[in-house]
Design a protein around this ligand. Sequence first.
Ligand code: CTP
Length: 398
Amino acid sequence: MLAGKHILLIIGGGIAAFKSLDLIRRLRERGAEVTPVITRAGQEFVTPLSASGLAARKVYTELFDLTEEAEMGHIELSRSADLVVVAPATADLLGKMAGGLANDLASTLLMATDKRVLVAPAMNVRMWEHPACQRNVATLKDDGVLFVGPNEGAMACGEFGPGRMSEPLEIVAGIEAALADGPLKGKHILVTSGPTHEPIDPVRYIANRSSGAQGTAIASALAGLGADVTFVTGPADVAPPSGVNVIPVQSAQDMLAAVNAALPADGAVFAAAVADWRVASASDSKIKKDTKGSLPVLEFAENPDILKTVSQMGKTRPKLVVGFAAETDDVIANATAKRARKGCDWIIANDVSPETGIMGGSENAVTLISDAGAEDWPRMSKDQVARQLALRISDALS
Ligand code: CTP
């Protein structure tokens, strides 16, 4: 799938740089050409010789190197690639990118390129969570930079949390999605997914059993067809797909704000299992057990209906709005009524009665309800449902 593609791989200075050597190998196995650029700090972790050996190409390290300028200037180097990949993307490199600094070869290439940039961050968990880093990440996402990871796990520094660089094959999947020259290239599609968590107090919340599997598969299939996907996800069990712009949220209200911020879009798929109600006045401090034994009473408020809000928007309404209807009784009748009530174009209806094993399972049996009527799809894997739906969306948007 990457045959003939040219990747400019910037290797930053982090312990994860050793994985970037494997990344070069994996990309070349798939037919890509890789030109490595190693920052000065990166060279403390991997040598230009090993990167050059694996890439079977010259490795670039210095901005002011006359030989290199004579062979290929930094502007040309930044534009001859199909995609610029930064792995590991350190806090320093992300900061330079967000701030528009260009004081070495890597940062100058990143400023000069006219190609998409995909980054695989790697840093200590505290650095990743630092407000300065999160501000930079938000700026870069706004600029259209694609993120793969970071993953959560044990780190070389002994701490635990998000900050580990994604594995080479995850980065390859992100690169393949970014370079997919599919029928949805140039289309922006928004996908909501997962459950929402509605706080009761700082330690307790109300949630539902959605795993996020179907929404994740849909986002991945759309990206596979070349769409530029914004993936707004509640706290799901499954990891978000590579090659999409992930916006993590907690509550229904957060999800609506993230959806509004992501618009305009050509299409929108609302696969999230949004909580219909939230606790009216969630407590700022942990609710303590009453020593006299009286029980707390929770009062609920209605959450915004995100699908309905977007379906009924004026100018900013995406051309195609797709909702889901998870039902346990009278599936088609309820879903048809839901489609009319919400004002979306299509509803994907499914029976989530416990005996179907669909909620939390790997298969789904859905009916597509549109102006044309109800179309039953055979029971198939959630990945297959996602691929079929992505193809239908692609037909509708082209
Ligand atoms: N939805 C949403 N915002 C909500 C509730 C639901 O965007 N606050 C979306 C879901 O993502 C899904 C569709 O609406 O695409 C239908 O969700 P569902 O829970 O089946 O519908 P409800 O309107 O909540 O109806 P009910 O629970 O009464 O069946």
